[in-house]
Design a protein around this ligand. Structure first.
Ligand SMILES: [Zn+2]
Length: 389
């Protein structure tokens, strides 16, 4: 296996405080040695060992590839008109998620696969090397299983979200839909997924339904994660913590008891500022969660309705500008935080033995991700040791 050294890195975020300065373990004038798909060595450039290949970073900063722990990429269709109406102050009465469900059901496997491939690559070019994605726009046994099969061709982090909304086919009988989601649909989907998720919200699934769905998924070996407390206060966050969910996602409307639960549990609070940006909604209060001691992740929520961005740098900039995070905290949450939300220790860090996932920035430090919002700073990406972009 060939070894490669990347030298002359102005500032390297390792996310291991024992390796460098501060909580990000930042090393100045750094080098990274990649051996196959792993990081073999990190340290200062002048001490780098000899390798087969050499890449000169020319004073760029480097950080772990972003870990985007929440996206919805298996979809077809377009909701430009809905977004345009919302941003133009006009009401829009089309069906929201239902619009995407209809388009997704009508799409061919090839079209859905091409869409996922496109957005995974789009994210990769912006530095994302691990990306979770979900079903949830099929809402039939066959369409949900199909979505997960297609997702699994592009990522190991696949989430069963048959409980995205009550299928329009069951509008008059939500209980029967919960039976489907926890019965035949789960049977068809469990083999293709690692996680089970539910949209616990008024108008979607209440706390009792969410508990039923998550418990059924867990019994089939799927670990829970929850869309919780996005649009209103509710039981989602505390249910997630109680059930040992890997992550409670959104966390926009939190009581003190919700914050305490997250601070004292093992569930990561995943914040998705693209959703608040794209719906002109109230920002989640990252500062409150961090000050309480919760683990916070940042993610894109990339989906065609409420957050059509695949850009983790954009989410970092929003989190710093509007959610009370420092640049260091936001970068940690977009890398190590995302890894924690996916219960991964092999990614989200640049340390010996970790998977060699890293992004080079056309900037001298990771702070520029927030300081220079909207600028395409990611100039090179390695995933599992392979130069990808
Ligand atoms: Zn979501």
């Amino acid at each position: 296996m060939a070894t490669t050294v990347i030298t002359n890195i102005s500032s390297l975020v390792t996310n291991d405080p024992s390796l460098g300065e501060g909580p990000l373990g930042t090393i100045r004038d750094a080098a990274v040695v990649i051996d196959g798909d792993r990081v073999a060595w990190v340290g200062t450039s002048s001490k780098a060992p000899a390798t087969d290949n050499r890449v000169d970073a020319e004073g760029r900063a480097a950080l772990p590839g972003f870990v985007d722990s929440h996206s919805h990429l298996v979809f077809a269709g377009d909701r430009t008109a809905e977004f345009n109406a919302r941003m133009s102050g006009r009401s829009y009465s089309a069906g929201g998620i239902r619009t995407t469900v209809a388009a997704t059901r009508a799409a061919t496997d090839e079209a859905l696969d091409a869409n996922v491939r496109r957005y995974v690559h789009e994210a990769l070019r912006q530095g994302t090397t691990v990306l979770e994605t979900k079903s949830g726009y099929g809402l039939t046994v066959e369409d949900e299983a199909r979505a997960l099969r297609i997702a699994a061709a592009h990522t190991d982090e696949v989430t069963y979200l048959g409980a995205h909304i009550v299928s329009p086919d069951y509008a008059d009988d939500p209980a029967a839909y919960v039976d489907l989601v926890t019965g035949p649909m789960l049977d068809a989907c469990a083999p293709h997924a690692r996680w089970v998720d539910v949209f616990c919200e008024q108008g979607a699934f209440d706390g009792d339904q969410a508990r039923t769905i998550l418990t059924a998924g867990a019994a089939r070996g799927l670990t829970p994660r929850v869309h919780a407390n996005q649009l209103s206060y509710g039981p989602g966050v505390q249910l997630a913590v109680e059930l040992g969910a890997a992550s409670a996602d959104h966390c926009t409307h939190l009581t003190d008891a919700d914050v305490d639960a997250l601070a004292n549990g093992t569930t990561v609070a995943t914040l998705l500022p693209g959703a608040e940006f794209s719906t002109r909604a109230q920002w989640p209060d990252a500062r409150r969660l961090l000050d309480a001691g919760a683990t916070v992740a940042l993610s894109t929520d990339c989906n065609p309705g409420s957050s059509f961005t695949s850009s983790m740098p954009f989410c970092i900039a929003l989190a710093v500008r509007d959610m009370g995070m420092t640049p260091d905290e936001a970068v940690w949450s977009a890398t190590a935080g995302g890894a924690a939300a996916l219960r991964r220790t092999d990614v989200g860090r640049i340390t010996p033995g970790a998977r060699a996932d890293l992004a080079l920035l056309d900037a001298p430090s990771h702070v520029h991700l927030a300081y220079r919002p909207g600028v395409p700073l990611v100039s090179a990406v390695w995933r599992a040791g392979a130069r990808e972009a």
